[in-house]
Design a protein around this ligand. Structure first.
Ligand SMILES: NC(=O)c1ccc[n+]([C@@H]2O[C@H](COP(=O)([O-])OP(=O)(O)OC[C@H]3O[C@@H](n4cnc5c(N)ncnc54)[C@H](OP(=O)(O)O)[C@@H]3O)[C@@H](O)[C@H]2O)c1
Length: 249
């Protein structure tokens, strides 16, 4: 029987690439995002199913999950990937953006996990992939509110990994560094950093390896790993350095 994989934020970037790779290994992909036209096109390409949905809308997520679980009572993989960028300031930025970041990047993953959990439990051993970010372990301008949403998502992911371990639901917490996508343009980075910018395919390939090898929590590329620990050890040095970063609009 085909494995069933639910992928959020599948209409673009990293999510679309993860769905392509899951479909290539034979999974039936159920694709979630807001842009229905894009989802329909990818679902046709992959022989999957499109379920337009705003993951920040808890009632909408529950309704979609109920429909999907009726067709597929067992869900083998849930990829919580939907997310938005947020280069804005806590002090002077648009408060709606600060709120939206939390509702989509953090709570969206929580609502999807809760809604699809009956299917994941039915399929156990099953897998949840939470696409967090290196921003989940390091914080500062110009993307503080984005970092805060990813810190919250990391806390959720680590907690749920421990809570579900005994039930055979394996949680993979993936923390990517910079990748060039439609939502996350990286042209603002200094030229030397441009060289380490990944493609969405690089991140997707890492996710597939994690699913195959059961890697748990990982950073991609690995060498971003110590950055969070450095900020923990030398927070005041980071504050001084980051205070020189130009403010977000
Ligand atoms: N690119 C990077 O450098 C980078 C680094 C670390 C982590 N990440 C994380 O990777 C994930 C994917 O980002 P990406 O770079 O692939 O960005 P992207 O190309 O902009 O794709 C974002 C996806 O999320 C969907 N999405 C956004 N808001 C949504 C909502 N409310 N409900 C449902 N779907 C929603 C978008 O689809 P619709 O607009 O159609 O809804 C789109 O499919 C995000 O969680 C991001 O934080 C990215």
């Amino acid at each position: 029987m085909r494995r069933v994989a639910v992928v959020t934020g599948a209409s673009a970037g990293i999510g679309a690439e993860i769905a392509r790779r899951l479909a290539a290994r034979g999974d039936l992909c159920v694709l979630l995002a807001r842009r229905a036209d894009r989802l329909a096109a990818l679902a046709e390409e992959l022989g999957g199913e499109a379920e337009p949905c705003d993951v920040s809308d808890r009632a909408a997520v529950e309704a979609v999950a109920a429909r999907v679980l009726e067709r597929h009572p067992s869900v083998d993989v849930l990829v919580n990937n939907a997310g938005i960028p947020g280069r804005t300031s806590f002090a002077d930025g648009d408060p709606d953006v600060i709120e939206r970041l939390i509702r989509i990047n953090y709570l969206g993953a929580v609502w999807c996990l809760r809604a699809f959990l009956p299917g994941l439990r039915a399929a156990a051993p099953s897998d949840v992939v939470n696409i967090v970010s290196v921003s989940g372990v390091v914080a500062g301008p110009p993307s503080g509110p984005y970092s805060a949403s990813k810190h919250a998502q990391l806390a959720f992911s680590r907690t749920i990994a421990a809570e579900l371990r005994g039930e055979g639901v394996r949680v993979h917490t993936v923390k990517p560094g910079f990748a060039e996508t439609e939502g996350f343009r990286q042209s603002w980075l200094p030229r030397p950093v441009q060289r380490i910018v990944m493609t969405p395919g690089d991140v997707a390939a890492h996710v597939l390896r994690s699913l195959e090898d059961g890697r748990g929590e990982t950073t991609v590329p690995w060498y971003y790993g110590p950055i969070g620990a450095l900020q923990d050890v030398m927070p005041n040095v980071f504050t001084r350095v980051l205070s020189r970063v130009p403010k977000a609009p």
